[in-house]
Design a protein around this ligand. Sequence first.
Ligand code: PAD
Ligand code: ZN
Ligand code: ZN
Length: 377
Amino acid sequence: MATVGKVIKCKAAIIWEVGKTPSIEEVEVAPPKSHEVRVKIVATGICRTDYHVLKGFFPKLDYPVIAGHEGAGIVESIGPGVTCVKPGDKVIPLCLPQCGECSCCRSPKDNCCLKTHFCERPQNLMPDQTSRFTCKGKRIHHLMWVSTFSEYTVMPDASIVKIDNNAPLDRVCLLGCGFPTGYGAAINTAEVAPGSSCAIFGLGGVGLSIIMGCKAAGASRIIGIDINKNKFAKAKELGATECLSPDDFKKPINEVLVEITGLGVDYTFEAIGLVETVTAALASSHMAHGVCVVVGEPPAGSHLSVDPVLLITGRKLLGCCMGGFRLKDAIPKLVSEYMEKKFNLDALRSHVLPFEKIGEGFELLCSGKSIRSVLLY
Ligand code: PAD
Ligand code: ZN
Ligand code: ZN
């Protein structure tokens, strides 16, 4: 390819500082170095976590930054030492790397690679602590090593996986974050049992994917909870047996859930990102065997205050990153399962917009009108 080894100029959405909406700019994207891959992004979803970046809620982040972490694309070129992909391959960037070498990657039970921003350094720069993005002479930071809000982006080979070359990129991009996060929270982390009851707080892209996971696991009662009743129809279409708005009750929603289920819900999930709703989800769970899974990410610096008695009776409070999936192993399989129509990923794609309309995509997210907007380059 004519671009190999050269700087590529392309469009990207840069968040120059906290609180500023992303602005479309021409960026320069340097070629990949050793064990790095440069990818042409074809499609990317907008996740609530990208909004957290915009608001400054994301931990350990430097600005200016290029956000976006739910993308799919085609490899443009590879640096020395890369063996997992080659130019022309269809790929999904991994917002949770799988380096294969750290103690967590070597332990079959763990999925949170020690290379993530949760553990070692923030993933704002490539592993050699330099950036591949420049705009107007300024260094621009990466997000989680993937930055899919740039038409071309560079990532380490630990953060990329090859997928079926027949996969439709404008659809499977949602396998980069929202779907595995929610679906895996139900099937991997909670291990929802057939015939059980489930309550899902927050019916965005992640919460709806939890509903799909609970249904696939055979739950018999699936209760969706959201303050936006416009989310109820899709939740029911995907498997919710009933939906509740906390605003319709005088008493707290956890008391309502305990009352309607007898002793509490078997599995509860928080997919909003507020400490109050994490507390409510825990208190809604069955006193003796309830499992509450924290999926939503409250703003950086939040603290949870929990009455230990809630746990002493037997409830379990769990959390998961990317639905407990080891993404390099899981995503190609999820792509195949999507193509075999084993789950309804397309139901999450409420809007498709040209990349230039990214601002509109964020507005749709904030106004509660979208589930997932997919941006096309
Ligand atoms: P979203 O904004 O599409 O959905 C959130 C939903 O919560 C909306 O439908 C809101 O109406 C609803 N909501 C807001 N406040 C309340 C409330 N007080 N009570 C009931 N419902 C409410 O977000 P999303 O689905 O893209 O993401 C959800 C969370 O998951 C968010 O915090 C995001 O950062 C987090 C996330 N976590 C991971 C992970 O690996 N743990 C991955 C991806 C996203
Ligand atoms: Zn996300
Ligand atoms: Zn690792």
